[in-house]
Design a protein around this ligand. Structure first.
Ligand SMILES: [Zn+2]
Length: 317
């Protein structure tokens, strides 16, 4: 395949569709973004096709898609999305038919892991775990320089490990999943409770004294301004995240853990407590090489860049 070959990478989540035209070296050549019509799967596919058409150039030879949910990577069908109305959606077939190019579909966190591994914080490593912490929690595993997809493409759905039986209800139907206690949702929930308990707190003030308006970002802003209550919330949620990561490191044994997603905004206020809890919880910490927990580098582009790279590599193999 020519060095000049390019791919489109499309990252489709519950709120937005991010489409990039990407060169072989990972550089972004053009981009478009649209709002996801999330309650209408057919309209979502139509919007993805529309976004892709706007970026097509003769050098584009493949399309890569990262989608939130359980994606059957062999058939390119999105089987189930825990937080959205998408079920049994044949994304690869629809995209291929409309655009006349091969289309590779994977889970959104899997493609983000590949993006960080090839061009971001995981460059140069062979074994990497990506944990994306946004509204929910996603995961991606690179093992021996390959994306670990499992038998069907469903591997690394780490957000739905039950860590707190009878805990908060999750979008997947269970209670106490990791993403309910260690994500942006958890930060927001604890922030709303704190704002209701302490109407004079900075968290309440930043939400115009309406606890229901408190989000994860509100808490992060308050913590960055030095608010003790907010700092404690990030520390508590970071701790749960670190415990979760310790369990995953026990299973996967990566060289590095890259933490991506929206909560990376909180930086050390979240990552340092996560690291402290990780060190406590991982098996035999003193007897194993250090596994650094580092922030992702590609931000919101990781998924689309990784999807494009995977689509090109799929063609080359
Ligand atoms: Zn769940």
């Amino acid at each position: 395949m020519s060095e000049a070959a390019q791919a489109l990478g499309i990252d489709v989540g519950g709120t937005k569709i991010e489409s990039l035209r990407v060169a072989r070296d990972g550089s972004i050549l053009s981009r478009s973004r649209s709002v996801t019509p999330a309650d209408d799967p057919e309209a979502t596919i139509a919007a993805m096709i529309e976004g892709a058409k706007g970026l097509l150039e003769p050098q584009v030879v493949a399309i890569g898609v990262g989608a939130a949910g359980l994606v059957d990577a062999n058939s390119g069908v999105l089987r189930f999305a825990p937080n959205l109305a998408w079920r049994e959606l044949p994304i690869a077939a629809r995209m291929s038919d409309a655009l006349g190019l091969p289309c590779q579909v994977d889970n959104d966190a899997n493609v983000a892991a590949w993006g960080e591994y090839r061009f971001g914080a995981g460059r140069g490593y062979r074994h990497m775990l990506l944990v994306t912490v946004g509204t929910g929690i996603g995961g991606g595993i690179v093992a021996g320089r390959r994306l670990f997809r499992g038998a069907h493409g469903f591997a690394a759905e780490i957000g739905h490990i039950i860590v707190e039986p009878d805990g908060p209800l999750c979008g997947c139907g269970n209670r106490g999943c990791l993403e309910q206690v260690a994500s942006g949702q958890a930060i927001g929930r604890l922030g709303r409770e704190a704002a209701a308990d302490r109407p004079q707190s900075l968290i309440a003030e930043l939400a115009d004294h309406d606890p229901m308006h408190v989000t994860g970002e509100t808490v992060t802003r308050a913590a960055k301004a030095g608010d003790d209550v907010a700092i404690r919330i990030l520390s508590q949620v970071g701790g749960r995240l670190g415990e979760g990561i310790a369990g995953l490191v026990n299973v996967i044994d990566p060289q590095i853990v890259v933490i991506g997603g929206g909560v990376v905004e909180a930086g050390d206020l979240l990552i340092r407590p996560a690291e402290a809890a990780f060190i406590q919880a991982v098996e035999g910490y003193e007897h194993r090489p250090a596994v650094p927990l580092v922030a992702a580098q590609l931000g919101n582009d990781a998924g689309a860049v990784g999807a494009a790279a995977l689509a090109l590599e799929e063609l080359g193999s």
